[in-house]
Design a protein around this ligand. Structure first.
Ligand code: AMP
Ligand code: MG
Length: 407
């Protein structure tokens, strides 16, 4: 058996970014850019007012104050979006709205709160200098600036910049197509009644959900009963995808056919068995551009295997350079024994006090106890050689849900 890090290295060695494709801007969210983006024009495109107020020549406000307003002649009113303006001459002011183009002659704006209109004049109670409350053309992005690079992940801010620069489509790495198969003659689908000896298929749904959190839309191909031919037929379909995830049937049971089927279909195995608990019997291989994951059937093992191995591989296919969650050191709240001789991936509730992370077990940690995941916002890695880690000692931890952080 190999370590988590070794297994991950073997897997990532097979995962290369998929070729780029053009996507509609809104659809590129969560993807990774595959082209550099140079600004075709300034943002903002023209000098404009940062306030509702009066566009003036700054020199005309010299000496103005709360007790000594200066009075200027009011000319145009310039709403946002207007495309023509009279010049602002000496002794003149133009009423201007936020975002409207600064008229020729003016070099500053006095906010409406420091003004008073009387007849055809405006009194200004404040002295300004050139540039006051003016947003200069190109102050956000100058024409020609390379604002985004290939490999940049696309989030809401990137979408906003691309919109402001006039990119209705962008080149992003293609999203992997993912197939999910559950194996087990005991499984029935979520909407079916349970007969004696049956349980409901949950893995297909957790695995699908974990893919969806990456912005992917996997296909659930269904349940393969523990039968060689049936498993083979479904796995063969799954091999047409970029990534195939099967759950269950990959251990040493008499009816575990997944590895035999993979072998028969030409999947080249890269690993089987990782020194961790849960999740030991992970099988990973490749066939003609398809990454083939056989994750164990126990529901927690399936989820943890996805988190530690499938997720980084999918992210690499999507073009991400950073595919691993950051690791923190966390102080354990209670003693945790590990006599398995494998890394114990403990589901934990994590929180922070000052700069120090703390983690507490979410309760019974069996590989089939899915409730241990329900309450978890972190995974803590208890090394294989410790015997017992005492309360107050530290271990590595990754956060699964940052937004759950509260003491
Ligand atoms: P296996 O890896 O096939 O030996 O399965 C290990 C355990 O996980 C067994 O108790 C199975 O019933 C259970 N299991 C396997 N697949 C699923 C699934 N899709 N949903 C829920 N439990 C499963
Ligand atoms: Mg099974």
């Amino acid at each position: 058996m190999i370590s988590i890090a070794e297994a991950r290295a073997l897997i990532l060695a097979e995962a290369r970014p998929l070729p780029p494709e053009r996507r509609a801007l809104t659809d590129s969210l969560g993807g990774v850019l595959a082209e550099p983006i140079a600004a075709p024009h300034h943002v903002p495109p023209f000098d404009n007012s940062a306030m509702d107020g009066f566009a003036v020549r700054a020199v005309d406000t010299a000496g103005a104050g709360p007790e000594h307003p200066v009075a200027l002649i009011m000319r145009d009113t310039i709403p946002a979006g207007a495309d023509s303006w009279a010049d602002v001459g000496p002794g003149e002011a133009a009423k201007i709205m936020t975002g409207a183009a600064l008229p020729p002659g003016a070099d500053a704006v006095v906010e409406v709160e420091a003004s008073e209109e009387v007849g055809g004049k405006v009194r200004l109670f404040r002295e300004v200098v050139p540039g006051t409350s003016v947003r200069l053309a190109g102050e956000d992005v100058a024409a020609g600036d390379v604002v985004l690079q290939p490999g940049d992940p696309i989030g809401p801010a990137e979408i906003g910049i691309l919109a402001s620069l006039g990119f209705p489509e962008v080149l992003v790495c293609r999203r992997p197509r993912v197939a999910i198969i559950s194996t087990g003659s005991e499984l029935v689908e979520v909407d079916q009644p349970l007969r004696p000896g049956q349980i409901r298929n949950s893995n297909s749904y957790t695995l699908e959900a974990q893919c969806r959190q990456l912005g992917l839309e996997p296909d659930r191909l269904g349940i393969a009963p523990d039968d060689y031919e049936a498993t083979r037929a479904l796995v063969e379909r799954g091999l047409a995808y970029d990534v195939l995830i099967t759950s269950g049937g990959v251990s040493v049971g008499e009816f575990d056919f997944v590895k035999d089927v993979q072998d028969a279909l030409g999947v080249e195995r890269r690993l089987w068995g990782v020194a961790m608990k849960p999740g030991k019997p992970l099988a990973f291989g490749v066939r003609e551009g398809c990454l083939v994951f056989g994750v164990p059937g126990n529901p927690v093992a399936a989820m943890v295997s996805f988190e530690l191995f499938v997720r980084p591989a999918l992210m690499r296919l999507m073009g991400h350079r950073r595919v691993l969650r950051p690791t923190h050191r966390a102080v354990l709240e209670e003693d945790v024994a590990n006599r398995y001789g494998r890394v114990h991936v403990m589901r934990a509730r994590a929180w922070r006090e000052g700069d120090v992370w703390h983690a507490s077990s979410t309760g019974p940690q069996g590989s089939g106890i899915l409730r241990s995941m329900v309450k978890a916002n972190g995974l803590v890695f208890i090394p294989d050689d410790v015997g017992v880690l005492r309360a107050g000692e530290t271990a590595d931890m990754v956060l699964l849900r940052e937004e759950w952080l509260e003491p």
